[in-house]
Design a protein around this ligand. Structure first.
Ligand code: FES
Length: 163
């Protein structure tokens, strides 16, 4: 699969329509590449460069600058738990430990089935809703162990449907 395939054609066309030139669409196209490959892979960088008609090194430099792009392979679900001060005061560290235990991975690790990558991050601007996690850039707030298990079950079911 490639982001140049039909699956993404409408999104890419809609993205280009928002910008005065193709090169300005690099960042949203990098999100599409990350969604397709699970990370900003060399193939994704090449494809974005071709679509935007710029050099791949320019695309790579942008991908490397922003932390929202991952230059390492990740699981299908990229779970980021804020453990910064305000969340830590609401037991975010305990929640993160429970999540790692539940999935059997260490910080930054990916489950053997390739579904989940977990990492702790600094403030995600949901300080009053801890413990919280971000899954593929969607927030889930005021969590506890039970809610976390429900979310994991839902994501596993979603992945099974797509398989
Ligand atoms: S400190 Fe966790 S979201 Fe701000």
């Amino acid at each position: 699969m490639s982001i140049k395939d039909k699956k993404y054609a409408k999104r890419i066309e809609a993205t280009f329509s928002k910008y005065p030139d193709k090169r300005s669409a690099v960042m949203p196209l990098l999100y599409i590449a990350q969604e397709e490959y699970g990370w900003v892979s060399p193939e994704g960088i090449q494809e974005v460069a071709e679509l935007c008609e710029i050099d791949p090194t320019q695309v790579k430099s942008i991908a490397g600058f922003y932390t929202m792009y991952s230059e390492q392979p990740k699981g299908k679900y990229w779970l980021q738990v804020c453990t910064d001060l305000a969340c830590a005061l609401n037991k975010a560290d305990d929640f993160y430990e429970e999540l790692k235990q539940e999935l059997g991975v260490d910080d930054g690790g990916t489950t053997e089935d390739g579904l989940f990558t977990v990492e702790h991050v600094m403030c995600l601007a949901a300080c009053d809703k801890a413990p919280m996690l971000q899954c593929n850039f969607h927030f889930h707030e005021k969590l506890n162990k039970e809610k976390m298990r429900e979310l994991l079950a839902q994501w596993r079911a979603d992945a099974a449907k797509e398989a």
